[in-house]
Write a protein that binds this ligand. Structure first.
Ligand SMILES: *Cc1c(COP(=O)(O)O)cnc(C)c1O
Length: 463
């Protein structure tokens, strides 16, 4: 399998190169050249464990990693580890009924958010590749809260990788910040940027697009600009579908996805393109609703970032949107370049009206504001005794509005214990993996919102 850029220039690259490159050389994002059709394999996959299913799916994208190596990497990524570092359930991503919906629990990894499902594998793949080449790498990531800790959990203590995490100062939850800054390992560097997550992501992209800087410091990406992360996320959509009752009417299910950077929901879109019987893919945003507005009107217009109870979704410029756009614009790099440059210069771009709907019939969207999110948490707590985290609650609220008559799976993207401030009064939401973080020493540097200043900090550490 080869990987091509959404901007359409530069040669296609093999899997291992796509893994290490992160972003494409022309500033675009890498995508598999074609998607495998697995619809004929679904029945034979029933009963596979999570790692076995992950191997079946990922092996179709990785013809330059020997099968036995891939199998071992996947097994280690998704096994419950005895030292408390791995997943805390052998199911990895349990599907549990909640009222007339299903919750897909993606928070059983070391940092209690869905980012672990991709990063546990990505970290091991990096290690594997660096062992083979004898090289080292500096991973640079931007986080709205959860990618940072998941990347640190996957890479801490490794001798061939340093991790630099940019996060918006004061805009993550307290526990999210502590999960990052209390890692004692010398290869972990937390950089608090005086700005928003969009600023962090812009700085990260600027440094990746500076070819000289990227090559000199051998930068690698853990954000969903790295397409391997998305491929790993495709797996749990299939895993969930395979665990629904086998006698679904017409075999279909819908999925609801709380969305920020458009990575998770785009993985669902890929799963559907690969043959997963999916009726609706419900994209749910909080008040930072640029994507909801796009899928309702075809106009992509930047707004101000607002603080909400679901900080991991406080994003206006969703980097993976470019991947969808590429698909929607018939995979023409030229059209993607025109759209993105209009958006960069005017803060607005649109899909020409008259064609197919912006979401290609499958993606439908909605939003939940602060009051609706908190009310959803209360309502489900009273009805079922279950506490939803505020991100999951956004997805559940929009699913209740947009579901049709097929089973609807709501992605539960974080454990409620990470966000105790939004839990209903009296509810117990703690988690052993979060206890005691307050007592550990924390380390971070605070840096102005400026790519040059971040670059100089990275150089001062690496030089
Ligand atoms: C990252 C994150 C999201 C948003 O996922 P995207 O892939 O950025 O759309 C939602 N919920 C939680 C808890 C997250 O950490």
């Amino acid at each position: 399998m080869r990987y091509v850029s959404t901007r359409g220039t530069g040669p296609p690259v093999p899997f291992r190169k796509a893994l290490m490159a992160g972003q494409a050389a022309d500033g675009g994002l890498l995508m598999p050249e074609r998607l495998p059709d697995v619809s004929g394999d679904l029945e034979s996959w029933r009963g596979l464990t999570y790692p076995a299913l992950a191997f079946e799916i990922l092996s179709r994208f990785t013809d330059d990693v020997p099968e036995e190596d891939l199998r071992a990497l996947v097994e280690r990524s998704y096994s419950p580890a005895c030292d408390g570092a791995g997943f805390d359930t052998p199911e990895v991503a349990p599907l549990v009924p909640m009222g007339d919906l299903y919750l897909l629990e993606l928070f059983h990894g070391p940092t209690l958010a869905f980012k672990d499902l991709a990063l546990q594998l990505l970290g091991r793949l990096f290690d594997y590749e660096l062992e083979r080449s004898g090289e080292t790498m500096n991973v640079l990531g931007a986080t709205s809260g959860d990618t940072g800790s998941a990347a640190i959990a996957a890479l801490r203590g490794k001798s061939n990788v340093r991790v630099f995490v940019l996060f918006p100062e004061g805009r993550t939850s307290r526990l999210q910040e502590l999960q990052m800054t209390t890692a004692p390992d010398a290869n972990v560097h937390c950089i608090a940027v005086e700005g928003t997550f969009d600023d962090c992501q812009r700085i990260m992209k600027a440094l990746f697009n500076d070819g000289g800087f990227k090559a000199r410091w051998r930068l690698g990406a853990v954000n969903s600009v790295n397409c391997v992360r998305l491929l790993a996320q495709v797996v749990y959509y299939f895993h969930a579908w395979l665990r629904l009752p086998p006698d679904l009417p017409n075999g279909k299910a819908s999925f609801s996805v709380p969305t920020g950077n458009f990575g998770d929901v785009f993985a669902g879109f890929l799963a559907a393109q690969m043959g997963l019987p999916m009726e609706r893919l419900i994209l749910a945003t909080n008040e930072n609703d640029i994507l909801d507005r796009f899928f309702r009107t075809g106009v992509y217009r930047r707004g101000e970032v607002r603080r909400t109870p679901s900080p991991s979704m406080d994003i206006q410029v969703a980097s993976n949107f470019e991947r969808f756009l590429w698909w929607r614009l018939d995979r023409t790099g030229e059209a993607v370049r025109a759209f993105m440059s209009a958006f960069d210069s005017k803060g607005e771009a649109r899909i020409e009206p008259g064609g197919a709907p912006p979401g290609s019939d499958r993606i439908v969207s909605g939003r939940a504001d602060r009051g609706e999110t908190l009310a959803t948490i209360e309502r489900w707590y009273r009805r079922t005794g279950r506490v939803l985290d505020p991100h999951t609650a956004v997805g559940v609220k929009v699913a209740e509005e947009l579901r049709s008559d097929v089973p609807t799976v709501c992605l539960a993207t974080a454990h409620p214990g990470k966000f105790p401030d939004t839990a209903p009064a009296g509810a117990k939401v703690g988690h052993a993996r979060l206890a005691g973080l307050d007592d550990l020493p924390a380390r971070k540097v605070v840096v102005p919102n400026d790519a040059g200043r971040v670059a100089r900090y990275i150089e001062s550490v690496c030089a």
